[in-house]
Write a protein that binds this ligand. Structure first.
Ligand code: P6P
Length: 337
C-alpha cells in the first residue's frame, strides 16, 4: 500500500543529499561529509536545549552544578560543539561564528574546500522561557590559494548551501543546496532527520507581518508607511495579522510555511538594522528565494550585498514575493522624492 511504502521508504537527510550530490559528477562526497558534521552539531544542540529547563533545575547549563563547577551557557557550549565538529570534518578552511569576534582559520592539515558561517544558537535569550530558538548556517566554497577573509566576504548569492535548525516542539532542519528548500524533522527514536517538507513553496502573498512594533518610533518613512498599510489597508482588504516571536528562526520558519513578511528594518538607533549579514540575512534570504519568495535590504536584493566585515549588519525585508514587492516600491518611491 502507498501508505506503507511511505512509512518504510524513509528519506533521511543523508540519503537526500547523496541523491542531490550524485547529480553533480564532480562531487566527491566532501559536501555530504561536511553536512553530516553540521547535522551532528544540530542533534547535540537539540538534545542540550531540550534538557536546558531540567538542567537549570539541577544546576547545569549556565548555572553552577552540584560539583560547584560553572556550567557553560548553552550558546557557548553549542558554539564549541559546532566549531569542533566542523574542524574535525576536515572539509573546512574558515569558520565565522556569531560567538567568535575573529574568523577561525583551520590548521593546514585539516583544511577542506568549504567555509561555514553560522550562528550556533540564534535567539538564545529566549531559552529560559521555552521559546523556539535555532542554528543558522551558510556555506561558501573557498577561492584558490591561501584561505583569507575574502573567502567569506562574498555576496550571499555565492553560497552553495544554507539552512537552519529550529529547536521547538520538534527539531526541524530546513536546507537548500540550490535546488529548492526542503524541511526535515528529527525522529529522536532513529536519531535521523526525515524529509517532511519537500520543496517548500512560500505563498505568493501572505496575511501576516512580523516586526518588532516597539521600534516604530525610530522607523524610516517607507517602513512606517508599509506597516501602516498592513494595519489600515487602503484597498479595502482586511488588515494583516501581526505575529512576532522575537526569535529569527521561528519567525522565518512560520513565514516560509504560512507566507507573509518578516522585517527587521533600519532605525535611527541602528542604521544597519540588527541582524547579521553573513549568518542571519544571507542564509535566510537564500532559503526564501529557493522557496519562491524574496529578500530585500531596503536598497538592494539581499543576496547581492557584498559584506566588508564578518559581523556586519543589514536591514532585511523577506517573505512572500508580492509582499516584499510592496515594500520595494515604497523604498523606490522614497528614492525619487
Ligand atoms: P528584537 C534574537 O536576539 C535576534 O538576534 C533574532 O533571533 C531576532 O529576530 C531578533 O534578535 C529580535 O530582536 O530587537 O526584536 O528583540
Amino acid at each position: 500500500h502507498a501508505a506503507d511504502a511511505h512509512r518504510t521508504d524513509l528519506m533521511t537527510l543523508t540519503r537526500f543529499v547523496l541523491n542531490e550530490q550524485s547529480k553533480r559528477p564532480e562531487s566527491r562526497g566532501d559536501f555530504t561529509i561536511l553536512l553530516n558534521h553540521i547535522v551532528l552539531g544540530c542533534k547535540f544542540v537539540c538534545s542540550a536545549v531540550n534538557k536546558a529547563g531540567l538542567a537549570k533545575l539541577i544546576g547545569l547549563a549556565g548555572e553552577t552544578n552540584v560539583q560547584g563547577e560553572e556550567q557553560k551557557k548553552l550558546d557557548v557550549l553549542s558554539n564549541e560543539v559546532f566549531v569542533k565538529a566542523l574542524v574535525s570534518s576536515g572539509r573546512t578552511s574558515i569558520l565565522v561564528s556569531e560567538e567568535d569576534e575573529e574568523a577561525i582559520f583551520v590548521e593546514p592539515k585539516l583544511r577542506g574546500k568549504y567555509c561555514v558561517v553560522f550562528d550556533p544558537l540564534d535567539g538564545s535569550s529566549n531559552i529560559d522561557c521555552g521559546v523556539s530558538i535555532g542554528t543558522i548556517f551558510g556555506i561558501y566554497v573557498v577561492k584558490d590559494g591561501e584561505p583569507s577573509l575574502d573567502d567569506v566576504l562574498q555576496p550571499g548569492k555565492n553560497m552553495v548551501a544554507a539552512g537552519y535548525c529550529m529547536y521547538g516542539s520538534s527539531c526541524t532542519l530546513v536546507i537548500s543546496t540550490g535546488s529548492g528548500a526542503h524541511g526535515f524533522t528529527l525522529d529522536p527514536s532513529l536519531g535521523e532527520f526525515i524529509l517532511t517538507h519537500p520543496d517548500i513553496q512560500i505563498p505568493k502573498k501572505g496575511k501576516i507581518y512580523s516586526v518588532n512594533e516597539g521600534n516604530a518610533k525610530n522607523w524610516d518613512g517607507p517602513t512606517a508607511k508599509y506597516v501602516q498599510k498592513c494595519k489600515y489597508p487602503e484597498d479595502g482588504s482586511s488588515p494583516k495579522s501581526l505575529r512576532y516571536i522575537g526569535s529569527m528562526v521561528a519567525d522565518v520558519h512560520r513565514t516560509l510555511l504560512y507566507g507573509g513578511i518578516f522585517l527587521y528594518p533600519a532605525d535611527k538607533k541602528s542604521p544597519n538594522g540588527k541582524l547579521r549579514v553573513l549568518y542571519e540575512v544571507f542564509p535566510m534570504s537564500f532559503l526564501l528565494e529557493q522557496a519562491g519568495g524574496q529578500s530585500f535590504t531596503g536598497k538592494e536584493r539581499a543576496l547581492d550585498l557584498v559584506p566588508t566585515k564578518i559581523h556586519e549588519r543589514s536591514p532585511i525585508f523577506l517573505g512572500s514575493y508580492d509582499d516584499v514587492e510592496e515594500i520595494k516600491a515604497l523604498y523606490a518611491a522614497e528614492g525619487k522624492e
